[in-house]
Design a protein around this ligand. Structure first.
Ligand code: FE2
Length: 320
């Protein structure tokens, strides 16, 4: 099957509306112009626009964020816990979705057609969902709304398109089963892996030229979201984001640096919801004709210093 990248992601937080300024004023996204399933109205009819009025805020307390032509890319939903709610990977159309469902079922993974209500809640034409071995909801969808008119409040431009919105790095408690699910049932390819120590490793999986759309990190019996990465289109935009994060008083969990494996120049900050957000630039694009799976020894070319060398493990332990 062909997956066209991480199309949308759902997150959980206790008070999503309190996070809106982080995602807009610091990260540079804008509230969705209309909520998923909501009418955009008619340009020729005064006052017929969406009831949400471009606030991005839904009646149930969720917020939706836009970062490119897609109607929305990030949904944050009220919950007593913080972290990952769902991952949405895009397929071409209804035919591709049906074929993908058949492939996944053939791999002995239960896959369920989305209900009309679930389809409307995502603003797509169709979806199916399954659960990865760590309990994360994984959706395949087609036919998202494209409404253009992305205007960043910080004049940020994000690198998305065929690469999807970015990547998610998740801790997995059952590595072998998780690799089997993503590589086997969903057809991801491994770009490379890093070994941290005995039975501790990270695996970087792609479904587009983006080096990884999901990374699976196994450090122990913990599962959950470590960080979400979005990529900007210039070094100046990356630097400006770092300035805004610093000025907002956010904790920079990893300083500016360049990863060894995907060559991304980035910094990490702790979002108000707890998990980290990485802002990146200049990530490598995989050439399928020549790229082969490999082990990447060492994590950084330079930078990415952390004031707390145990931060990675501690964030995992916090999920226990
Ligand atoms: Fe990352």
């Amino acid at each position: 099957m062909k997956l066209h990248g991480l199309g949308y992601i759902g997150l959980k937080a206790s008070d999503p509306s309190a996070l809106l300024s982080f995602w807009t004023d610091v990260v540079g996204m804008m509230p969705a112009r209309a909520l998923p399933g909501e009418s955009f109205g008619s340009p020729s009819v005064t006052g017929s626009g969406p009831v949400s009025g471009g606030s991005g805020k839904a009646p149930d307390g969720s917020i939706y964020l836009k970062m490119d032509d897609y109607q929305w890319r990030i949904g944050i939903h009220p919950d007593s816990t913080s972290g990952l709610a769902y991952l949405g990977f895009e397929v071409e159309d209804d035919v591709a979705l049906a074929a993908a469902m058949a492939e996944i079922a053939a791999a002995d993974v239960q896959i369920t057609q989305g209900t009309p209500e679930e389809v409307q809640a995502r603003g797509v034409c169709g979806l199916a969902w399954c659960t990865d071995p760590c309990g994360n909801r994984v959706e395949l969808f087609y036919g998202p709304v494209h409404d253009r008119h992305f205007v960043s409040p910080t004049e940020t431009q994000f690198k998305t398109g065929e690469l999807g919105l970015g990547h998610a790095l998740v801790f997995v408690d059952d590595l072998e089963a998780s690799l089997g699910f993503y590589r086997g049932a969903l057809g991801f390819k491994r770009s490379d892996f890093i070994t941290f120590g005995r039975e501790m490793s990270g695996h970087f999986l792609r479904c587009t030229p983006r080096h990884h759309s999901i990374a699976l990190i196994h450090l122990g019996p913990f599962a959950g979201l470590n960080h979400l990465m979005v990529e900007v289109t210039s070094l100046d935009l990356l630097g400006a984001a770092l300035d805004r994060a610093t000025e907002a008083g956010l904790t920079i969990t990893r300083s500016l640096g360049r990863h060894l494996n995907d060559k991304t120049v980035s910094f990490y900050m702790q979002s108000p919801a707890g998990f980290e957000v990485e802002i990146g630039f200049d990530s490598v694009l995989v050439d399928e004709a020549i790229w082969c799976d490999r082990e990447a020894a060492g994590g950084e070319i330079w930078g990415h210093k952390t004031g707390n060398p145990n931060a990675f493990k501690e964030s995992a332990h916090s999920l226990a």
